[in-house]
Ligand binder design. Structure first.
Ligand code: AKB
Length: 320
């Protein structure tokens, strides 16, 4: 039987996706990979995705049949280090696509709403529209989408992709995105009762709860190849809300919660992205449907995160 390799498996989406894949396929069939030396009981490989030789070795040695290629640098971190962002996001993806062509692998790769820019329609952003991103991250995602489409059409690689919105979750924090505020706000609300947000209250972006994101990835990968009419990347949507709306929803549970605002360079990135995405094509082609709206996300996040933070606090050593 062929195994599944997940790159960037310790990241926000990776950690939840690995758990879902292991439940579905068995713990030993899913191989995590990353750059950290990890003490692991379950299959784990050290991998820098820019190293094509190492990638090939893992594919051969572990009989890999599918790659979920999640390793990448997000928007805010990318602006701090554009060279690293290009190298990891574009050269890493190209290595995966070359390997997929050679070993006939199925591939999932996340694109992002960051492919859009200031000239894109902001509301009901269509599947096919202007893509002129202002960030290096967005540029790597547009390049990646074109590479995916090229490898699918020219070489028959079964590559599937989604333009992910901001993902909200409680297991693993996001690392270096513009939408990170929509995750950080929850732990700060519980721990401190206040949060200083790096974008303005009226900033409205497309968002999705992690269980919906995992369902979308698994549904897309299970769909019949003939149903996949988009080989660049599908628009994918669930909910859109402003920071002020998120704050108001949190205050229904924590009435004393206060949000302060101190916009930084991430405001310009958020302002360049759409606020509502049209994902009709995904709904038609492979039956995409989301489950969580804003009230459901907030209630579930606060419940799980409160439990997690209480457990972490109980495990803290008592200082003398
Ligand atoms: C980011 O903020 O960089 C990501 C994304 C929307 O791609 N969460």
């Amino acid at each position: 039987m062929k195994t599944i390799l997940v790159t960037g498996s310790s990241g926000q989406v990776g950690s939840d996706l690995v758990a879902a894949l292991r439940k579905q396929h068995g713990a030993m069939e899913v191989i995590e990979s990353g750059r950290e030396v990890a003490e692991q009981l379950l299959p784990y490989e050290m991998l820098d995705v820019t190293d094509s030789q190492r990638l090939g070795e893992i594919i051969e040695q572990d009989r890999v049949g599918t790659i979920y290629h999640l390793a990448g640098i997000l928007s805010a971190k990318g602006e701090r280090n554009p060279h690293l962002c290009w190298n990891v996001n574009v050269n890493g993806l190209r290595n995966v696509l070359e390997a997929a062509k050679f070993y006939q692998l199925q591939v999932f790769w996340p694109s992002s709403i960051a492919v859009f820019g200031a000239n894109t329609p902001k509301v009901n952003t269509p599947q096919t529209t202007i893509k002129e991103p202002s960030t290096i991250y967005g540029i790597t995602k547009v390049t990646g989408e074109l590479l995916c489409q090229y490898y699918a059409h020219r070489f028959g690689v079964d590559i599937r992709s989604l333009r992910l919105p901001g993902i909200i979750s409680y297991n693993t924090p996001p690392g270096g995105g513009t939408t990170d505020f929509a995750v950080e706000i929850f732990s700060e609300a519980i721990k401190k009762g206040s949060y200083t947000c790096f974008v303005r209250p009226e900033t409205c972006l497309p968002m999705m709860y992690m269980p919906d994101a995992i369902k979308a990835i698994l549904d897309l990968m299970r769909a019949e190849p003939a149903a996949i009419t988009v080989r660049s990347s599908y628009n994918l949507a669930a909910v859109s809300f402003s920071v002020a709306e998120l704050v108001a929803e949190i205050q229904k549970h924590l009435p004393d919660f206060i949000c302060h605002y101190q916009p930084d360079f991430r405001q310009a990135i958020a302002d360049s992205w759409p606020s509502v995405i049209d994902d009709t094509q995904a709904r038609i082609d492979w039956g995409w449907q989301h489950s969580y709206d804003l009230p459901a996300i907030v209630a579930d996040m606060l419940e799980h995160l409160s439990r997690k933070l209480a457990k972490e606090e109980a495990l803290q050593p008592i200082s003398s």
